[in-house]
Write a protein that binds this ligand. Structure first.
Ligand code: SF4
Length: 422
């Protein structure tokens, strides 16, 4: 059933993928691998994975076909690797999202967040409004603010530095996790300086880490369909590597379930693994299933309706296996998947639930239905509900201890794993 619907989707979705990607993705979905061939391949892949032995691309692709008992076996192996890597704790961070503007003319075809300035739902926060949200975050107990926004045509590159100054003035101790590689490219270009100079300036103004968003799928043919080439995969990698070299760590993401296919997923995760082997700068890997409901590319009939739940389970589990020994933390996004599905995925390779967020605009505007905030007790109850141990973390996976009234007692930062930072 799954393969029949994927074949039907493929005929519609991959029609304008340029060669040879067109053939590769079509072929992948069209090929029905006989179970008698697939099962030994999956068994062999899992046998190697649980012994921490590398698996081939073909074996990784076989894992992305796992169904029924094979899927359960895949998740069990991923869960075992998770337990060996990080133990029984499931982490989360108390943070606040601040999406400072939704005005953007880049025109990514998957994005339902961007608005034109004249649109009734467009907004741009003033610096005072940003400061107010930061003060509210501190009152709420947040240790992190996460700031990302649209590429506003009228804001200068120095606006990013003004935002950092504003946050630091309002809350000197809060960790600033901000600016996707797309925003870093925009800021550097507008200021006429290199990525390195811009990132160094941001660090001087208080930037702590950057989100590894705008990665989508690190394949330029897919990126062309999704974003019209706004940020080539090599540029994303260059910015992330530069950040890591400067001691600015980042997350790593994949957005899947639109015009992509499992071969892209394998190459994407391998690429993330290669960067990590060189820099050690990624804090976590975050699979983000495509939220299709209001996405222009879906409404135009050019993308499929997001990943299935089984695909999300496979993605988290295969990522745990392919990144074994490289990135210890695999995050499941409750905003994209909901708490019930997230709890199941925490039993299949994931160990982190992300942030409390306080407000969430990007997924909500895309059509996600899972709410915009979670209080720490809600996350902790869900974690205890699956028999694991909740642990509040910092952005970089140190630990936060609080007293009964929620005041921070101490923060133990993780030992930095960055290699060659300067
Ligand atoms: S994803 Fe970001 S850059 Fe692309 S249209 Fe949306 S807000 Fe703009």
């Amino acid at each position: 059933m799954l393969f029949r619907s994927l074949r039907q989707d493929a005929a519609v979705v991959y029609g304008d993928l340029p060669e040879p990607e067109n053939e590769r993705t079509r072929a992948w979905y069209a090929e029905r691998v006989p179970p008698e061939r697939l099962e030994p391949e999956i068994r062999e892949a899992l046998r190697r994975a649980e012994r921490h032995l590398p698996i081939s691309d073909e074996q990784a692709l076989a894992l992305f076909r796992a169904e029924g008992p094979a899927l359960e076996a895949l998740c069990a192996v991923a869960d075992g690797l998770r337990a060996e890597a990080v133990g029984e704790e499931v982490t989360y961070v108390v943070n606040r999202n601040i999406n400072f503007t939704n005005v953007c003319y880049v025109g990514c075809r998957f994005c339902a967040f961007a608005q034109r300035e004249v649109d009734p739902e467009s907004y741009t926060l003033t610096l005072e409004e940003v400061a107010e949200r930061v003060r509210e975050a501190v009152d709420y107990g947040a240790t992190e603010v996460c700031m990302q926004g649209g590429i506003h045509p009228d804001l200068p590159g120095s606006f990013y530095l003004d935002l950092l100054d504003t946050v630091k003035a309002a809350a000197p101790d809060i960790h600033i996790h901000a600016f996707s590689p797309m925003e870093i490219m925009n800021g550097a270009t507008r200021m006429g300086i290199s990525f390195r100079e811009f990132l160094a300036a941001c660090r001087e103004h208080g930037l702590g880490t950057i989100p590894g968003t705008a990665a989508e799928i690190l394949d330029d043919d897919v990126r062309w369909l999704l974003t019209k080439g706004k940020l080539p995969a090599d540029t994303w990698e260059e910015i992330v590597r530069t950040a890591h070299e400067l001691g600015i760590r980042s997350s790593a993401t994949i957005m899947f379930g639109h015009v992509d296919a499992p071969p892209h997923w394998v190459f994407h995760i391998r690429r993330i693994g290669r960067i990590q082997a060189d820099t050690g700068g990624f804090t976590e890997f975050v699979p983000l299933p495509f939220v299709h409901q209001n996405a222009p590319i879906y409404l135009a009939g050019r993308a499929r309706p997001g990943a299935t739940f089984e695909e999300s389970r496979r993605m988290h589990a295969v990522a745990r296996i392919l990144l074994d020994g490289l990135i210890p933390n695999v995050q499941v996004s409750w905003v994209k998947l909901g708490m019930e599905a997230s709890a199941l995925i925490l039993r299949g390779g994931a160990n982190d639930l992300g942030g409390t967020l306080m407000e969430e605009t990007i997924s909500r505007m895309a059509g996600a239905e899972w709410g915009i905030r979670k209080d720490p007790w809600e996350l902790e109850a869900a974690i205890r509900g699956i028999g694991r141990i909740p642990a509040e973390r910092t952005t970089t996976y140190g630990r936060v201890r609080r007293n009964a009234s929620g005041e921070i007692l101490d923060v133990a930062e993780a030992v930095p794993a960055l290699r060659g930072a300067r």
